[in-house]
Design a protein around this ligand. Structure first.
Ligand SMILES: Cc1cc2nc3c(=O)[nH]c(=O)nc-3n(C[C@H](O)[C@H](O)[C@H](O)COP(=O)(O)OP(=O)(O)OC[C@H]3O[C@@H](n4cnc5c(N)ncnc54)[C@H](O)[C@@H]3O)c2cc1C
Length: 411
């Protein structure tokens, strides 16, 4: 039986429809969709791929299964973060899930930025087509030459010149910048000198993807995969000119924006990872019952009961922690929510990796092959231990919050 963690009945019904669409319509076409990649240009959508994706999106949208992530906005359907987290779990069960319902990263975080901090002109030009699922976007923070887990190191220069800003530098690991539909970059740049306080030296600026002077140097590979056509690109900016009004909020306010952007996104990533863990546990259980060795189903051999039980228990613990972090977000105090978000940002990928790995093991050689979605899921979740802050950075946040209870001094 499901424990009701605050889902209103009408939201529960909506969630059931999302779960049904994921199971009955999206999962069955994933293999065909991914099989299309590389037929021709890897960085374009084949007609069949576009047909699958756009067809699913159109259906979801026409059914009102769209933009669930807009939690505290009159543009959304008014889900709480706790409620949305349950949707993210369902969507996370399949790689295409989030995009079909227009809930994918990094667009949701970018849309949030446009909504909260964008001018009316930006909302018209970028937010509207993003909300309609017509274009995609990227978030540019990480740089090859600096330790970017400490974002105060971000060095891309952004210098005012008349009516424009001029940007120079490199960014890498820019997810989604390979997608031909990616039209806009929200970019973290350095605008202030060493005389400014550390957290007021940076700004966020909106850069149209087709701006002169932007070069895509290469796709970064994740364990040998380029994740085409989405991609995680290495970009070079050479004298890229952007109108001054594209600077969000004002010079020196980049960290203020980053704070608001990353919190909810981390919870979404974590719940999707839990969804992947659930999907892997289901595959593990089915395999362990269907296949026999030494005269018995695999489930009954060795420590496999214990393995299955441990996976179930860890998923449940991770989900509750994630919902608690989401609940803190819903209380409206981002500072109080931060250590909880950091806890789940460490725990959810760790649990999902363990469950997926055990599922791989139960499948034997098939587990690491293209036969199951497990290998792809493992590489994807492994990247989450780095993206949006490496584990160590989040553990540091958790420890600082813990120690703060015993001392007023900064630690
Ligand atoms: C698949 C993928 C997609 C990504 N997508 C994006 C994107 O769309 N946009 C974007 O801007 N970036 C993106 N990133 C980049 C990601 O956010 C960075 O890799 C991450 O922030 C770490 O920065 P770094 O790689 O420079 O590592 P570094 O800062 O060099 O850190 C390396 C290691 O140092 C150690 N370390 C750092 N700080 C501490 C500490 N306080 N205590 C102890 N140890 C520490 C940790 O072990 C850490 O992993 C993506 C990364 C991946 C892998």
């Amino acid at each position: 039986m499901d424990m009701n963690l605050g889902l209103r009945p009408e939201v529960r019904r909506l969630l059931d429809r999302v779960a049904a669409m994921v199971r009955d319509e999206i999962m069955p076409v994933e293999e065909e969709y991914h099989g299309e990649i590389g037929k021709g240009d890897r960085w374009a959508y084949t007609p069949r791929q576009a047909e699958i994706l756009e067809g699913l999106k159109a259906r979801a949208r026409s059914e009102g299964l769209w933009n669930f992530w807009l939690t505290d906005s009159e543009r959304g359907i008014g889900l709480s973060t706790v409620e949305y987290a349950c949707f993210a779990e369902e969507m996370g069960k399949t790689p295409l899930g989030a995009e079909v319902f227009n809930c994918s990263a990094p667009d949701t975080g970018n849309m949030e930025v446009f909504e909260r901090y964008g001018t009316e002109a930006m909302k018209e030009r970028w937010l509207k087509p993003l909300l309609a699922g017509e274009i995609r976007s990227a978030y540019l923070m990480t740089e090859p030459d600096v330790a970017s887990s400490d974002a105060t190191n971000v060095a891309m220069s952004c210098v005012r010149d008349g009516e424009d800003y001029v940007l120079n530098g490199e960014k890498w690991w820019i997810s989604g910048a390979g997608d031909p539909r990616c039209r806009v970059y929200i970019t973290m740049v350095r605008t202030g000198g060493d005389d400014m306080p550390k957290h007021q030296r940076h700004s966020m600026i909106v850069v149209p993807a087709e701006s002169m002077g932007i070069e895509i140097l290469r796709p970064m590979q994740v364990y040998g995969h380029d994740d085409a056509p989405h991609g995680h690109m290495h970009l070079r900016f050479s004298d890229v000119r952007v109108p001054a009004e594209n600077l969000l909020l004002g010079e020196g306010r980049g960290f203020e924006i980053a704070q608001g952007r990353l919190g909810p996104g981390r919870i979404h990533h974590c719940m999707r990872a839990i969804g992947q863990a659930e999907a892997a546990l289901e595959l593990m259980c089915r395999r362990s019952l269907d296949r026999e060795a030494f005269g018995k189903p695999l489930a009954q051999l060795g420590a496999n009961y214990d393995i299955i039980a441990e996976c179930r228990m860890e998923i449940e613990m991770a989900r509750l922690l994630c919902l608690k972090a989401a609940w803190y977000m819903d209380q409206g105090d981002a500072r109080a929510a931060a250590p909880w978000i950091s806890q789940i940002k460490v725990v959810a990928p760790r649990v999902a990796l363990k469950v997926i790995d055990e599922a791989v093991q139960m499948h034997g050689g098939a587990g690491i092959s293209q036969e199951t979605p497990l290998a792809r899921a493992w590489t994807h979740v492994r990247t989450l231990r780095l993206a949006d802050g490496p584990d160590a950075v989040h553990r540091r946040q958790v420890a600082r919050a813990e120690l703060r209870r015993y001392t007023q001094e900064k630690v």
